[in-house]
Design a protein around this ligand. Structure first.
Ligand code: ADP
Ligand code: TZD
Ligand code: MG
Length: 590
């Protein structure tokens, strides 16, 4: 093992003859340094990654050059961290990995970033091209560029030091312009030790001008949209995570408030306006979707999360029937419209420009009082029902009684980031915990992917520089649990709360065959997850009541220490697949 590693490392070093001639030719700069300077020149100040051949020195030199290098225990977490940093900042999050297996570990996050429209660049070292292309069995051999292409918005490889500037510039533009996404940048081992004249090298770097240009919507498209909204009897605004990403918070709020139209935030759009806003219709979701006649979508796709814009959710007779709504869709992607149902008024452009244009032309558009009253009436009744449930205090805790505490904590600490994954642990948190500020809720996104938890938490703490509260299903936590060491190592203000119901969805399943193996859905009973955090010097707490939970979270927020709270939830409190039971083929048959 050691010999393989050493010989591969040696082949990545400049040859003595080359080094000697470099010395004579005046100041030289190598590939390592050019990559670092190209990133710095473009305002990238943090990279997330995991070192090894051929990028070990890149991580060292990046740190030496003043970049913040956050080193993880698994590339998938580093990748998720990079992608959510991209969502939070509109700058591409950078993830750095080694070849083949490291690259593949990071690739899930890259694909997830592309799916969620998060700007991210996965930078992976790769093996020797000549050997890879002849399939001669190099150390960690893999044609990474070909594999990344279908999963990324764009993919590039740089073979020569003088092209590093162009490679990084192209990667940045591809990640953040238009619909953002994941970009792969392949850097073969041989690139790093290449030396070129320092002055020429630095001149070859590109500081990207206007990487995500505004896209102004066409006037006739805006007029078409306004005409539809003006004629609406039951208008509704749907805000998606594209709206959160766009950082057009003030314009969005102005449009919502000026028109008085009820709005629904998608999961990661919660907090663009506070969930307690009088026009927020979240508590009446199943009433407003089928009832609305004109729906303005702002940075939200009509994908599965919105039942594809049709079916019973939207008032359609059958599961695939159109409910009769007209749609206005504001999106930067011109091909998004009509993906599921007819879009009557597509408005293509960046959300800031589109919403500003809609706002300007919105005089006279006002949600009819009758409609507003009907929504409020429904809301009032649902909120009362929920309050009753939240007030219960069963032993062991239910999701409701535990999340009632989280709800109060977030209300008292609106700047804290809320990371959230799981099934019941996700769905109940989303519906119970109000958000008060934009881009504070970071969750499983479009794929409903498990494993984002600790990566997102690290990025939120490092880039957002605020307290982080991660509400995790016990299964969900397991996907990235080892990163509690990362949280401790960087001493981050992250408080992880595990909603521990002993399993996936529930902890009370039995082996249907009656054998000794447990059900595939359950874990070790009463697992002491808090000891994981203690193992690395953080604080572990085991809590069984809302009072203990509150005290433990308050302590974590006060001390800012890495904390893991193992919150014991009733084994049978959850439902299969949480709120999406209907998507489960077996469950649907029942
Ligand atoms: P959600 O899951 O919250 O409904 P989606 O991820 O489905 O949100 O939709 C986000 C949409 O926002 C995508 O269609 C994307 O093209 C769009 N989008 C992202 N950023 C911008 C932007 N700056 N301006 C306009 N549209 C954007
Ligand atoms: N693997 C990946 C990467 N993503 C997934 N979404 C799943 C598997 C399937 N899955 C879900 O959709 S939720 C979930 C899994 C395994 C875990 C649910 O259990 P939990 O949450 O403990 O996290 P609750 O509170 O017990 O429901
Ligand atoms: Mg669970």
């Amino acid at each position: 093992m050691a010999t393989v590693t050493e010989s591969a490392a040696a082949s990545a070093k400049p040859q003595p003859a080359q080094a000697a001639s470099n010395a004579q030719a005046g100041e030289q700069i190598d590939g390592f340094q050019l990559v670092i300077e190209a990133l710095k020149l473009n305002g990238i100040d943090t990279v997330f990654g995991l070192p090894g051949i051929p990028i070990t020195d890149l991580t060292r030199k990046a740190q030496a050059a003043g970049l913040r290098v956050i080193s993880f225990r698994h590339e998938q977490s580093a990748g998720y961290a990079a992608s959510i940093a991209g969502f939070m900042t509109q700058k591409p999050g950078v993830c750095l990995t080694v070849s083949a297996p490291g690259f593949l570990n990071g690739l899930t996050a890259l694909a997830n970033a592309t799916t969620n429209c998060f700007p991210m660049i996965l930078v992976s070292g790769s093996s020797e091209r000549e050997v890879v292309d002849l399939q001669q069995g190099d150390y960690e051999e893999m044609d990474q560029l070909a594999i990344a292409k279908p999963l990324a918005k764009a993919a590039f490889r740089v073979l020569h030091a003088e092209d590093i500037g162009v490679g990084v510039a192209r990667a940045i533009r591809a990640a953040v312009s238009g619909r953002p996404g994941g970009v792969y940048l392949d850097l073969p081992a041989k690139l790093f030790p290449q030396s070129i004249d320092a002055e020429l090298g630095r001149k070859s770097l590109i500081k990207v001008v206007d990487p995500a240009p505004r896209q102004i919507p066409a006037q006739d498209a805006v007029k078409r949209a306004l005409d539809l909204l003006r004629g609406a009897k039951k208008p509704l605004i749907l805000l998606g995570k594209g709206a959160a990403y766009a950082q057009a918070d003030a314009q969005i709020r102005a449009l919502v408030e000026k028109t008085g139209i009820p709005y629904l935030p998608m999961s990661m759009a919660k907090g663009i306006l506070p969930d307690t806003h009088p026009q927020c219709a979240s508590a009446a979701r199943s009433f407003v979707l089928p009832e609305a006649d004109v729906v303005l979508l702002v940075g939200a796709r009509l994908n599965w999360l919105l039942s594809h814009g049709k079916g019973k959710t939207w008032g359609g007779k059958g599961s695939k029937d159109w409910g009769g709504q007209k749609f206005v869709q504001v999106d930067i992607s011109p091909t998004e419209a009509d993906s599921n149902v007819r879009i009557d008024a597509p408005v293509v452009g960046d959300i800031g420009s589109c919403v500003a244009a809609l706002l300007e032309g919105s005089d006279g558009i006002k949600a009819p009082a009758e409609w507003v009253a009907a929504v409020n009436d429904k809301k009032g009744r649902n909120v009362a029902k929920m309050a009753e449930k939240l007030g219960e205090n069963p032993a062991p805790m239910s999701f409701h009684s535990a999340l009632n505490v989280v709800r109060d904590v977030v209300k008292a600490n609106p700047d804290a980031y809320l990371v959230n994954e799981g099934a019941n642990a996700l769905d109940f948190t989303r519906s119970i915990v109000d958000m008060y500020k934009p881009r504070k809720r970071l969750d499983v996104g479009t794929w409903g992917v498990m494993g984002i938890g600790m990566g997102f938490a690290v990025a939120a703490a490092v880039v957002g520089k605020q307290q982080v509260l991660a509400i995790e299903g016990d299964s969900a936590f397991g996907f990235s649990g080892m990163e509690v060491e990362t949280i401790c190592r960087y001493d981050l203000p992250v408080c992880v709360v595990i909603m521990n119901n002993n399993g996936v969805y529930r902890g009370d399943e039995k082996n249907p065959a009656g054998g000794a193996d447990p059900s595939p859905l359950v874990f070790v009973k009463d697992a002491r997850y808090e000891k994981l955090m203690e193992a690395f010097g953080g604080v572990g707490r085991h809590v069984t009541t809302p009072q203990e939970l509150r005290a433990a979270i308050d302590e974590a927020f006060r001390t800012k220490r890495p904390t893991l709270i193992n919150a014991v939830i009733a084994e049978g409190a959850g439902t299969e697949s949480g709120r999406i039971t209907a998507l489960n083929p077996t469950a649907a048959k029942k």
